[in-house]
Design a protein around this ligand. Sequence first.
Ligand code: ZN
Ligand code: ZN
Length: 205
Amino acid sequence: MKNFIKLLIVAIVLFLICELIFSPKSNVPLGLENIDTKCCSNVQCNKPSTNKSFQKHIVAVKALGNVDESDIYDVINIIEQFYGYTAYVGTPVKLTQDLFVDGSDIVNADACLNKFFSKEKVVYVLDKRLWRNGNYLRGYAATNGGTVFVRGEKSYLRETTIHELGHTLGLNHCNDLSCIMAINNDQYDSGTFCRKCANQISFYE
Ligand SMILES: [Zn+2]
Ligand SMILES: [Zn+2]
């Protein structure tokens, strides 16, 4: 009888070990979640997207002129959290006279883009007002290029960074006011892409 109990205990232990080793884990491979299943298209949806279906990029974040170091790290965190890219502090760049609107303290966005255009993703953060064609801009980017300029202003740093990087992924402005690619939509902005834009990025990738 004692032997039978011993055998029974051994059998139970073996069964438990087999269960631990062979029980199926999650079937979803890491990094392959589809953004479509995570993103809602209504205004209430503030859920940040993990966006792991995006192609991986490595993004340099550079100060353009004198910029508060915390702005650089904020931009790095925003990029890493939203896009899942790797971002790092790049070599700071000087704001030279040729980048200013004549004799002013305002930076010419086109002059910056002409001077720093690159295919690689580089985000320049500046603490000056950015100007183009009579408008002051929170940010500026080359569509389908890699160059992005954002003004280091805490209140809209996140929206601007995500929006401008969206342009580098081929997105244009969006009519859906809840979408981060819409313009003049502060009170409706959900902080992420609408379904249409999200799908378009997957297409471009
Ligand atoms: Zn834009
Ligand atoms: Zn959109």
